[in-house]
Write a protein that binds this ligand. Structure first.
Ligand code: B12
Length: 500
């Protein structure tokens, strides 16, 4: 049966292939080991399919690069970049595709959206086209309309995956979007934020859950481990209720283990305002929620525009204990404004909650500036910097939030330029990476934040409650010591578990 006979909800009502063909690439894990994770770029492929492009996905983690003849049969190429650490690999793939086919691939994803056009040009040259919006996608793939991301089922693209690969994906954790964006705008966050969440339609979610459950049944897989890819899962309790109901009714065929991320305040408000949610969470197989706690210091949370405070964090963890859902504590250390005692407090807080609430530690090393966050934009975009400088003169809160970047932008710009000169250094702004002089210019604070990051991971590991592992940075030097260090770092990084 053809794809479009099953999925009648064809937003555009267009013949598949009317606008040619495209091959989209999922980049391999950037730190030298194989990763099995259903690529998120299937969502873009589904959008293109529903817009009339015959789109397919090549997962370079698990599949070979197609040969020249196969590549030549596609009209267009796309590359999705999930994080800054994948930039070096995206550049070499774009160049390879361009040299092999003469076609410059479209490169998109949240990281790429955060690069200024001059930065993209410097990194990719003429070998690639930057995609920063739906308009850009339409232009690159020559389509008059793009099917909306919230309406397309992932299943439209998943159906093109061969059976053995599909089985492998379903045997591992994978992500499924439930909504897009986030109403809050935490200062360091590089995600899509600052506007109301856009829910995915129940129809699209229903089709996906049904499809995934039926494939799992066919392969004899009893349980699906799904990361509900929302930036704040409990922000819209009514929508979440709908999502959970779909999972609960499909769980006759296959057991679900669902988990997701939430702001502590959204979680508390949702659970206290909707007491029925607890039973629905259990019926759907929801077992873990991670909170972006990030700090225990009030001043710091305010300067980051975090919505929760210490009492929300405590209450969220208490509720988890009451309803028997495992809490994950995302703890970022190493922001420029953090104080030494604050770092120590964060480590103790996490360890205490491991002991009292069965929490799991998810430690990260903060990066003040990454493509798409406020810090990066102030450093890189002069007009934006001037706008913020004007606001900062009028409002004390803006001065508190942005002052560091406004005062130090030229020193920080030199660091960004170093990354543009040597793209390998983009690996150093991965959130698992130990801080370096690029990311943490203050030497003493860098040592302290690296020490607290490692201490938290080591202690949580000993308690059997650790989820993340550290990565070792690349040196920008070219002497013998730097080269040997880079080799050793690459080896160690390939032994670390990848970020989930
Ligand atoms: C699932 C997920 C993962 C999975 C990725 C699995 C995979 N291979 O696909 C895992 C768990 C492995 C992961 C890891 C990381 N992730 Co992640 N992840 C997500 C999550 C939840 C969903 C991303 C997704 O697949 N969406 C589906 C895609 C297609 O949609 P989208 O990203 O919104 O993209 C839209 C547009 O950008 C555009 N688009 C995207 N790609 C392309 C490509 C082309 C050609 C075109 C035309 C358009 C286009 O179309 C989409 C809209 O329709 C988001 C949070 C969120 N809810 O958005 C974070 C997110 C993308 N992750 C993020 C980060 C930072 C990471 C890490 C780098 C963390 C770290 N250690 O530092 C790691 C490492 C990744 C790596 N380098 O390999 C950041 C990215 C921020 C940024 N500006 O760079 C996000 C936004 C989370 C956040 N709050 O900051 N992640």
């Amino acid at each position: 049966m053809g794809l479009f006979q099953i999925y009648e909800d064809r937003p555009m009502g267009i013949d598949p292939g009317r606008y040619g063909s495209a091959l989209l690439f999922n980049l391999p894990y950037p730190f030298g080991k194989e990763r099995t994770y259903l690529p998120g770029v299937h969502l873009v492929a589904s959008q293109l399919i529903h817009s009339g492009v015959r789109a397919e996905v090549c997962d370079l983690d698990l599949q070979e690069m197609p040969n020249k003849n196969i590549l030549a049969s596609y009209d267009n190429f796309g590359i999705s970049v999930i994080g800054p650490s994948s930039i070096p690999c995206a550049i070499s793939l774009a160049k390879e595709l361009y040299e092999c086919t003469g076609k410059s691939p479209a490169v998109g994803g949240r990281t790429v959206e955060g690069l200024e056009p001059y930065q993209f040009e410097k990194l990719f040259g003429p070998a690639a086209r930057q995609v920063s919006s739906d308009e850009g996608t339409k232009k690159c793939f020559n389509i008059p309309k793009l099917a909306p991301r919230s309406r397309v089922p992932l299943a439209s693209s998943l159906k093109n995956i061969d059976d053995s690969l599909m089985k492998t994906y379903l045997e591992h954790e994978f992500s499924m979007p439930t909504d897009f964006g986030c109403a809050y705008s935490c200062r360091y966050c590089p995600a899509e934020n600052g506007a109301r969440q856009e829910p995915r339609t129940y129809d699209a979610i229903n089709q996906d859950v049904g499809y995934l459950a039926s494939r799992a049944k066919e392969f004899g897989i009893k349980q699906l481990d799904i990361y509900l890819g929302s930036l704040d899962l409990f922000q819209d309790p009514a929508h979440l209720r709908g999502v959970l109901s779909i999972a609960a009714s499909a769980s006759k065929d296959v057991k679900f283990r669902l988990h997701g991320l939430s702001c502590a305040s959204s979680f508390v408000d949702a659970l206290e305002g909707n007491p029925d949610l607890k039973d629905l969470l259990h019926a759907a197989g929801f077992c873990m929620v991670s909170f972006g706690i990030d700090s225990t210091t009030r001043e710091f949370m305010k300067s980051q525009r975090k919505m929760h405070n210490a009492s929300y964090s405590d209450r969220a963890l208490d509720i988890c204990r009451e309803i028997a859902v495992t809490p994950g504590i995302l703890m970022l250390t190493g922001f420029h404004e953090e104080q030494y005692c604050g770092m120590a407090k964060d480590v103790f807080y996490t360890l205490k909650k491991i002991a009292t609430h069965g929490a799991v530690a998810r430690a990260y090393q903060a990066k003040d500036f990454v493509p798409r966050n406020t810090g990066w934009k102030i450093i890189s975009d002069e007009d934006y910097r001037n706008e913020i400088a004007l606001e900062a003169r009028q409002k004390e809160s803006v001065q508190k939030e942005a002052g560091y970047f406004l005062e130090n932008w030229s020193e920080l710009r030199e660091r960004v330029d170093r990354m543009l000169e040597n793209p390998e250094l983009f690996r150093n702004i991965d959130f698992q990476m130990l801080g370096t002089d690029i990311t943490n210019p203050n030497r003493m604070k860098r040592y302290a934040s690296n020490a607290s990051y490692l201490a938290l991971i080591a202690a949580a590991e000993l308690l059997g409650k650790n989820m993340n592992y550290p990565l070792f940075p690349q040196s920008s030097g070219d002497g013998l010591i730097a080269k040997s260090w880079n080799k050793a770092a690459k080896y160690l990084n390939s032994k670390m578990a990848f970020d989930r």
